[in-house]
Design a protein. Structure first.
Length: 142
């Protein structure tokens, strides 16, 4: 699902396999390395991606899948802990064939080409999540 190399203490470069799904691969990696807090950045190319938009007035999620070849012009995210497991918060900007960009909160994305990520772990740091009724979000809990 991925290959990785530790580039310095608690920091990794990660290559996600072609056709793999990014958030599942990242979750697997975090579990394998025991990462419960950290930061993620990366780029790549996908053939399908599902984005999420939270409507702040209704607190309803609107999910939309785009099935087309796109470059990941930026993937940024963080790792925290929820129910003893890694919790990923990922956002993505992707460019289309006409060079315009779309983006949002990332639910899933299928690689078609490559996906190169940098993951920095914050070992020993406890960053949890709690459900905030006002925003409808799982906010950081320190
Ligand atoms: Fe988000």
């Amino acid at each position: 699902m991925y290959k990785y190399k530790e580039v310095k203490d608690n920091a990794f470069v990660l290559s996600i396999d072609n056709h793999a799904e990014v958030s599942s691969a990242l979750m697997e990696f975090c579990k394998e390395k025991g990462i419960l807090a950290g930061n993620i950045t990366g780029l790549g190319a996908v053939s399908e991606a599902t984005f999420r938009f939270l409507n702040p007035s209704t607190l309803k999620y609107v999910d939309k899948t785009f099935t087309e070849q796109m470059e990941i012009t930026n993937l940024t995210g963080n790792i925290s802990e929820k129910d003893g497991k890694p919790y990923l918060h990922l956002h993505i900007t992707a460019s289309r064939q006409d060079y315009t960009c779309i983006g949002g909160h990332l639910l899933s994305a299928y690689i078609n080409g490559a996906c190169e990520l940098y993951v920095e772990a914050f070992p020993g740091v406890k960053v949890g999540r709690y459900q905030d009724p006002e925003t409808g979000l799982n906010l950081y809990e320190f």
